[in-house]
Design a protein around this ligand. Structure first.
Ligand SMILES: [Fe+2]
Ligand SMILES: [Fe+2]
Length: 308
């Protein structure tokens, strides 16, 4: 397989399909096996890897290396789990330093990150600028009846539904996760504005860019760990053909203002068992596949899986 420099896909290869997957969570052996068993794509296939690969750097590296060996071009964005400083990970880096460590790992492997020039997909359904985003969240997806971060967090603690990020996702050197989020938005906006206005985009973010997909969370209070209101109009403003995201573990297709939104998570084994109607597969982004709707509710009567 030829390896073009990071950010510059090999132009000599005929483009195939633009595919996506997120929330591989390979610390679960069944998910790790699923990744190990993925058949190689054609050299022209691109794979968007949309965060939450694992908690340990060693497992993240195994996953990225495995995927890179199977797909001509791989694009990665971090999820919250990838950025955790988990007590079981011997790599003790936190916050921005951990993110930069993973970016350096991707560069070594020839994988495109949010820090690289945005590549252009010229295959079927293109051209479209592929925009890997790392934005995080700022607690503005507030539960009903709350109007500040403090009230939203307080409600979460009283309900007992608390994002594990509160324990494991450290924002160093920023004073808070929302400050880190703001820095990411400030750094990203000028780059988005500079994209050729003639070209549509594929916006790729672990966290959903709008509040809408979180409306069906079983625990609505969890939405505060899912995104920021500051990106609510980015799909229109930056000409998205599709917004690709994960994090919610509710794989499906939705439309907002005519723009397609694809939640591409694999999710945990227990969620897969609970929803056998959801095929475990790489999701075609371009050319697009059929829209995926939620299947019937599981036998225990719960309507939706909990958010992650
Ligand atoms: Fe996840
Ligand atoms: Fe996540």
């Amino acid at each position: 397989m030829s390896h073009a420099p990071v950010g510059i896909p090999d132009a000599s290869v005929v483009p195939g399909r633009l595919l996506a997957i997120s929330d591989l969570h390979v610390s679960h052996p069944r998910n790790r096996r699923w990744v190990a068993d993925l058949p190689p794509g054609s050299p022209g296939d691109w794979l968007l890897v949309v965060g939450d690969l694992a908690e340990k750097v060693e497992d993240i590296e195994w996953t990225l290396r495995t995927l890179r060996s199977r797909y001509g071009t791989v694009v990665w964005v971090p999820g919250n789990h990838d950025l955790w400083a988990h007590p079981r990970d011997p790599v003790k880096l936190r916050g921005e330093a951990r993110y930069q460590h993973l970016v350096a790992l991707c560069r070594e492997l020839g994988i495109i990150t949010p820090e690289d020039p945005y590549p252009v997909w010229t295959g079927d359904g293109g051209p479209a600028v592929i925009v890997p985003l790392f934005l995080l969240y700022d607690y503005t997806f507030r539960p009903d009846g709350t109007s500040t971060k403090a009230e939203a967090l307080d409600l979460a603690y009283r309900t007992g539904v608390i994002g594990a990020d509160e324990r494991h996702l450290h924002p160093d050197p920023y004073p808070s996760r929302e400050a880190w989020c703001q820095a990411r938005i400030d750094a990203t906006l000028p780059r988005l504005t500079a994209i050729d206005p003639e070209l549509p985009t594929i916006l790729v973010s672990h966290f959903p860019l709008t509040r809408e997909p979180t409306r069906i969370l079983r625990y609505p209070v969890f939405a505060q760990w899912c995104g920021t209101e500051q990106t609510a109009d980015w799909h229109r403003r930056f000409r998205a053909r599709t917004v690709v995201y994960g994090h919610l573990h509710i794989p499906r297709t939705t439309f907002e203002g005519g723009v397609r939104f694809e939640e591409v998570s694999l999710g945990y084994p227990y969620e897969q068992d609970r929803h056998p109607e959801r095929p475990r597969q790489l999701i075609p982004i371009l050319p697009p596949g059929p829209a995926r709707t939620l299947g019937p509710p599981p036998a225990d009567g719960s309507v939706h899986p909990p958010g992650r």
